[in-house]
Design a protein around this ligand. Structure first.
Ligand code: MTE
Length: 303
């Protein structure tokens, strides 16, 4: 790694999971022996924010306990309805306050952005969390290509809108399409990733194929799945959950154990696959890397 893949790769070309797991064990072993730097592994490990307490969530769990309301509102619906999301052909529009707006095909995008692997913790506002080895590339690399204008202050994202096929979009659980947004500096942060795969394979549909956002220091709902549009904006964009229940879901949605939620405990969380709850860390444990983005802000007001 880094390596590239294209949709033409067959299943045989894809990293077998066991190989991938072994590699992770090797990396951990090497880091413990202090040999990480020699192997060139240190920057990757540092970027992933992986701590020695992090055990990866089993693939089966991460792909069968999902939130993807377009594919249904229960945790098991997205896996059961995964085939209803058609990802070929797929295009992404990048527009708004950019010098070079464009419609990119998925193939083009994958060709020009080699992926690397990053292990991220993802915490849902409902109080559960997972640790997942993702494959992706920094969103900053994609945005730079289209030359954001000086007036761009935010980035808005949109998921595919296809009510004929996507069962969840036939109902008004949320205002469709699913929308999310970031401040431009959050979007340009090196931890912010566009994921195209997980566990050494292309993203399963229920996890947001073919492209999803990952912002590991924010609650899971910011990590919008199956993206078709990215718009650079001057004003703070509208976001789906904030629109539905503004007192529960803010625009920032930083993981913050000090800001309570009316229905779920934000002070602790249950790792999927584990029994005991563990303490939720400020910014989901990525405080060192991201706290500087919010210097001087009242995070109880801007939750
Ligand atoms: N993206 C879209 N388009 N639709 C959704 O319903 N759910 C969000 C987020 N991205 C959602 C979405 C929520 S609430 C969470 S917690 C994460 O996806 C869950 O990601 P996972 O199923 O891969 O764990």
């Amino acid at each position: 790694m880094p390596f590239r893949w294209t949709p033409e790769l067959s299943a045989l070309d894809i990293t077998p999971e066991e190989w991938f797991r072994q590699r992770r064990r090797l990396m951990k072993g090497a880091a413990m022996a202090g040999a990480g730097a020699m192997l060139g592994l240190t920057p990757l490990a540092a970027m992933s924010g992986e701590s020695s307490e992090d055990t990866q969530t089993p693939f089966e769990k991460a792909t069968s306990y999902n939130n993807f309301y377009e594919l249904g509102s229960n945790k098991e619906n997205p896996a059961a309805n995964a085939s209803k999301l058609v990802i070929s052909p797929w295009n992404v529009v990048i527009d708004g306050a950019v010098a070079r707006p464009e419609k990119l095909s998925l193939e083009e995008l994958l060709k020009s952005h080699p992926v690397e692997e990053r292990v991220y913790r993802l915490r849902c506002v409902e109080g559960w969390s997972m640790v997942i080895p993702w494959l992706g590339f920094p969103l900053a690399e994609l945005l730079k290509r289209f030359e954001p204008l000086g007036s761009a202050k935010y980035v808005a994202f949109e998921t595919i809108h296809d009510p004929q096929r996507l069962p969840g979009q036939a109902r008004n659980v949320l205002e469709w399409p699913y929308r999310e947004g970031l401040r431009l500096d959050e979007a340009m942060h090196p931890l912010t990733l566009i994921a195209t795969g997980m566990y050494g394979r292309p993203l399963p549909n229920q996890n947001g194929a073919p492209l999803r956002l990952l912002v590991p220091w924010k609650y899971g709902f910011k990590s919008i799945k199956s993206i078709v549009r990215i718009t650079l904006a001057e004003q703070q964009p509208v976001t789906s959950w904030n629109l539905l229940a503004p007192e529960e879901y803010g625009f920032y949605a930083n993981v913050n154990p000090q800001v309570p939620h009316p229905r779920w405990d934000q002070g602790s969380e249950r790792r999927i696959g584990e029994f005991l709850r563990r303490t939720t860390l400020m910014f989901n444990g990525y405080e060192k890397q991201v706290a500087g983005l919010y210097t001087g802000m009242n995070l109880s007001k801007y939750y």
